[in-house]
Design a protein around this ligand. Sequence first.
Ligand code: ADP
Ligand code: MG
Length: 504
Amino acid sequence: MNQWEVVIGIETHAQLATVSKIFSGASTAFGAEPNTQASAVDLALPGVLPVLNKKAVECAIRFGLAIGAEVAQKSVFARKNYFYPDLPKGYQISQMDLPVVVGGDITLQVGQGDKAYEKVVRLTRAHLEEDAGKSLHEDFHGKSGIDLNRAGTPLLEIVSEPDMRSSDEAVAYAKSLHALVRWIGICDGNMQEGSFRCDANVSVRPKGQAEYGTRREIKNLNSFRFLKEAIDFEVQWQINEIEEGRRIQQATVLFDPENGETRMMRSKEDAHDYRYFPDPDLLPLIISREWIDEVREDMWELPNDRKLRFQSDFGLSSYDASLLNINFDIGNYFEGAVLAALANGERIEPEPAKFAANWVINEVLAKMNQEGEGHPTWKFGVSAETLGCLLRRLREGVIGAKTAKELFAEFWEEARANNYASHGGYPEKIDELIESRGLKQISDTGAIESLVDEVLAANPANVAEFKAGKEKAFNALVGQVMKAAKGKANPQQVNDLLKQKLEG
Ligand code: ADP
Ligand code: MG
């Protein structure tokens, strides 16, 4: 394994979030009765002509701008000819020689903790095309059916350079791209419904070799877990083949999640097999500079810009900033919590922001991870406002960290029990609970001092040990005072007072 290098390039089909199809007025809504959303154009009835959906083009422009690519002022729709039952026209309208988006790149955060690193993956191109229909092989009494609702749904096919070197990098790429298309609002990213699917091109080569090995393309991976499993299996399979003296044939393969294996679907077709030619029914797509500028003005802050802002405004490390900006929702949540954590009129400084950052990373993201991959990132058990209020009371010293964590966990569980239909706690509830449950931290120096005195008087052995140089005895005394205060004494004050008394 060690002398092999893995090379991966990914093609992604992102379904564009338009109301109607790319060349017809039929609806793109998911889940309708079969064939109720297929117009004459989608069915390829004689005499119909396609009309390009302006919204789909705008989505492509947005994407191009978001990745720093060139948005082509002229691109051309071509016919990709092949026969398949779910393709009534006998060709798919796609872009071949002149795609709408050229170049660009995406910065990924790969790995965790100490092993985390950044990586830039270059994009080759992104082009507009239409989706095909769907063959249904189940539940038809031994026959297959065709549902053409999806035919003509607008897709952006996004092609990366073969820049990834591990399945972890491939997953990081797919996740970043997924977060990006949702961020700029061009795709809902719903992987179960097929709105975002990846094809992984995988090859291996001996380390140090300049040329790439022969690739096999794993089609239609619709979850990050399958993407990783499929690549890991495929890499091992290719290495075995080569080590046993066989050659890899270029091929298209399918991943079977049941047994975790890839298997051959067809040997690889070449572009010329499709007899591409410019679609005579569609004019070249001309995009003016003015239109591109208009779209740019309409776009909000991009992921990388927000990440850099988190670093500079809040003094966060690059790693923490990318964790907190892993997608649009989490970044908004974090910023909302920071603002809510500020006392009236307080300015945003790194201190409260870092405080909130630690809480979002250690508590909120941890809770979301426990929920698993399918948990929507906008479903928070504790709202940003509530968390902010909790943090404010904590910073003010009204409650201690232990109490704050307990309230947080309690609120989250309440929301979970309610299937996240609402949040478990509200800002007002926090003060009520602090009052009614007597959760207030004891910060009154006099009160703490008398507890300290009691503990010192009752534990002469610990005091003697400390005086004899045993640091541990000090912790035991702190523990005694906290216990006497039922966990509610301000720990910093307890420490300071104890030190004073013992050393003074
Ligand atoms: P096609 O459209 O026929 O699948 P492309 O040349 O457009 O072929 O490449 C498709 C994808 O395959 C791209 O993402 C590219 O980065 C990737 N790719 C090309 N060569 C290799 C290789 N040797 N190993 C892994 N990926 C590759
Ligand atoms: Mg391909």
